[in-house]
Design a protein around this ligand. Sequence first.
Ligand code: ASP
Ligand code: MG
Length: 477
Amino acid sequence: MPGEQSKRQATLVMKFGGTSVGNAAAIRQTVETICAARKDWPRLVVVTSAMAGVTNLLLDAASQAVRGSLQAVEDTTGRLRLIHQDAADDLLQGYSGLRAVKEDIDRLVDKFHSLCTAIHVLGEATPRALDTVAAMGERLNVRLLAAAIAHHGMPAEFVEATRLIVTDDQFQDAHPDLELTARRVEQGLVPLLEAGRIPVVTGFIGATREGIVTTLGRGGSDYTAGILGAALGADEVWIMTDVDGVMTADPRWVPEARTIPVLSYREVAELAYFGAKVMHPKTIRPLIDAGIGVRVANTFNPDHPGTRIVAEHQPEGNGKIKAVTVIREQSLITVEGRGMLGVPGVAARTFAAVAGTGTSVPLISQASSEQSICFAVPIQAAEQVVAELEREFARELERRDIDRIWASEEVYIITVVGAGMKNTYGIAGRIFSALGEAKANVIAIAQGSSEVSISMIVSTADGERAVRAVHQLIVKE
Ligand code: ASP
Ligand code: MG
C-alpha cells in the first residue's frame, strides 16, 4: 500500500446491490459512498447490480412472452423506460452527457422489446435468449451510475463485463475462465485504473469466447466482484448492501439479531449456502487463494464497520456459534424399507435419480437403525422427485425391499454456523436442549464433517420458535 505507491497502489472493488441503486435517492447515496471511498483507495472499481426488482421484471416479461402474452412485454418495456429515464433526469440535471445517457437507455430498452417480441413469435425462450434479456438490467444501470459519478465530479466510465469476464456457455449459470478473464482485465480495466478513472462494471454478466452474453446465476453480481477482485489482485472487495453487514439471524424473525464483526471464508460460505442472504455462495471462491479481504457493509450507513471476512480464524475452540439461518419451502423426502440393507447402491441410485430431475439437495441424513434415507429438496420439486424415485425403485417397491417413498409437507432447514464449534464438546447438546426447552421438535439432523455447521429440519409451526431459541445461545455468549 502506501510507500510503494507507483508500483502497486491500493485497489478496492466495491459491489452495490439492487437496493443500493434502486432509485435516484439510493444512487445519490451510493455516489457519495463511492466518492468517499475513492479518497482512501486510488484504484477503485465499482460493480453494480440492476435496480432492485428489475431482473425479475425482465425475466417475467420473457416468460409471459413465451406463454403468448405480449401485454406484459409492452408493460415492462414502458416501466423500464420510465424508471431509468426518470432516474437519469433526477440524477443528471445539468450534466452535459444527459442526452447521450438517455439515448443509450432508449436503445437498450428497445432492444429488450425486440428480443421479447422475437421470443413471443417463437413461443420459446432458450437459456441463451434469457441471459441476453436478463443482462439488460445491469447494462442499463452501469450507464446511469457511471454518469452520476461523473456528474459528481469524479472521472468514471461504464464497462460491460462481457468484455472482461470470459465464461463457458452454460447459460444462466456460466462458469468463468479465470485465466482468460485476468488477461482481459489487465487489458480492459487496468489502463482505466492507471489513468485514475473509476470503472463502473456490470455485475452478473459475462460472455463466451465468441462474445455471446451469459449470466453467472441469480444474485451473481457478488460473484462478479469476487472474480474481478481476484483478477486484479485487489486488496479488498466490499459487498455493499442495505444492512449493517452479516447478521446473526434474519432480523425479521429475531429482533435481537446483530452484526457479526468477523467471519471466516468457510463460515460465510456455509451461511450463504444455507440461505442467509449474505452473498452469492461462489463469491469468495476466487478470493480465498489470494487471501483477499472481504467486507460486507451498508451503503446507507457507511460509517458502520459491517462484517469482515478473513482467511483464517484466530483459533477458536470456544464453542462459539456465529449465526442461525433458515431455508424455507423445503420438503423432506424419505426412502424407507426394512429390506434396504440388502439392496446394493440404494443411496447412489437415489441421488442419481434426484440429480436426473435437476434438483439440488441441500441436506442429507441417513439413520442406520431405521433403514431409511432422507433428504431435503425445494418443495416445488418434491412431487417430481418422488415420482422419479418410484420409477427408479419400481422393482424394490414391488418386492417390498423398499416400503415407502414419500415427501413431507413444508419444513424448514435451520442451520447453526460457527467454525468455533469444531472440536468443542457439548455444542450439539446445548442446541438441542435449547430446542427442547422451546418445545421445537427436530425431525432430522445433519452435521457436515467440517463441523462448521449443524443443520436441523423442523416443521413450519416450530420454525420461528426454534430459530429464536438457538439464537439465544449466541446472545448469551
Ligand atoms: N440482478 C441480478 C439478479 O437479480 C444479479 C444480482 O443482483 O446480483 O439476480
Ligand atoms: Mg444479491
